[in-house]
Ligand binder design. Structure first.
Ligand code: SAM
Ligand code: SF4
Ligand code: SF4
Length: 327
């Protein structure tokens, strides 16, 4: 009896030692990455820019003051980017930065290729909706891993068109209704389509939500935010933070967009912040020359990440951003 107890005790200790060694190896390696680079070498997702060309000129968007050269990503480069994504094992890709992704003539092929990339579990893109035709909706539904964020805010022609300059209210409402009907017909998750709107005041937010519900959307498909100041761009009355921006102290802490969202521009250059860095000032590498992990371990990213974490942003574009650090 005593021997039995001894043996089973030994077994438990041996098993626990294995588990302990396993987890401590993981801890040591991630801790080492954290100490050396600030964050893990791999981001949670990668934003890829099919194009930075746009067919709208929205009032709140800095697209009109973008200094980067306009262009379209070559399909060969897009395939190389997906190889890099696969090599790094990044599970989530977002197919836009600032610009209208559906303006890329090969956008559907890009969607198809993204879904075929073995490590990718989730694909998303934002669109102004103007070029969202039924072929694209079918492709999205067929992929079963894709979410479309359609940018629309307002409740009538005036309120929509004064912000989303270039959009036509009636046409956009028809597109939203068609896509939502197709989602229901395919019994796909309703959040395959999310309408992303902007509002300056609470009452505008409420009115927009009521309107979108009246054309058949569920509340969970509607996301209404307040506009942000977006680095250098201030469109009068379009940012709640215009007056506050210079007075709010920067918190010396990590910005989750820098930690999670690198962006690969249409020419292959890589920014630390695919979301807000419209001019590519947070350059960290070139995907034509290096893989994602090497870029994230490289000197450019390390330097920017250190500055952001220390709060000393004097020569980094983040000091003009109200997107995250100041909130
Ligand atoms: C820059 S756009 C790029 C993708 C596409 N062209 C579109 O409009 O959806 C991505 C999102 O940013 C939002 N956006 C533009 N300017 C903004 C601002 N100042 N504050 C908050 N969101 C903004 C747009 O409404 C859109 O939903
Ligand atoms: S919000 Fe989108 S559609 Fe509007 S100007 Fe900016 S990039 Fe173009
Ligand atoms: S502070 Fe702004 S510009 Fe800098 S990484 Fe964060 S979101 Fe991007």
């Amino acid at each position: 009896m005593r021997k039995k107890i001894k043996d089973s005790l030994k077994k438990v200790i041996r098993r626990n030692a294995l588990v302990f060694n396993f987890y401590s190896a993981i801890y040591r390696s991630t801790h080492a990455l954290k100490v050396e680079y600030g964050w893990g070498a791999l981001p949670k997702l990668v934003m890829i820019e099919p194009t930075n060309v746009c067919n709208f000129s929205c009032a709140m968007c800095p697209h009109k003051i973008m200094k980067r050269k306009k262009g379209f990503m070559e399909l060969e480069l897009f395939k190389l980017v997906l190889d890099r994504v696969k090599e790094a094992g990044v599970p989530h890709i977002i197919l836009h930065t600032v610009g209208e992704p559906l303006m890329h003539p090969k956008f559907l092929e890009m969607l198809r290729l993204s879904a075929q990339c073995s490590c990718v579990k989730k694909v998303e893109f934002y669109t102004n909706g103007s070029l969202l035709n039924e072929a694209c909706m079918e492709e999205v539904l067929h992929m079963k891993m894709c979410t479309v964020h359609l940018s629309f805010g307002g409740w009538d022609k005036e309120s929509y068109e004064k912000r989303y300059c270039g959009g036509v209210f009636e046409g956009m409402v028809a597109i939203i209704k068609t896509f939502n009907r197709m989602i229901q017909a395919h019994q796909a998750p309703s959040r395959t389509l999310i309408v992303e709107g902007l509002a300056d005041e609470e009452w505008q937010k409420e009115k927009t939500i009521e309107f979108l519900k009246s054309i058949g959307l569920e509340r969970s498909q509607i996301n209404i935010l307040y506009p942000f100041h977006w680095i250098d761009f201030i469109a009068d009355s379009y940012s709640r933070n215009v007056d506050k921006c210079d007075n709010i102290p920067i918190k010396p802490r990590a910005c989750y967009l820098m930690r999670d969202n690198p962006g690969i521009f249409h020419d292959g250059t890589v920014t630390a912040c695919g979301c807000h860095d419209i001019n590519g000032e947070l350059f960290i590498g070139d995907i034509r020359k290096q893989g994602i992990s090497d870029i994230r371990k490289g000197p450019f990213f390390k330097n920017i990440a250190r500055k952001l974490k220390s709060g000393d942003l004097r020569d980094v574009v983040c000091h003009r951003c109200d997107g995250v650090v100041r909130h």
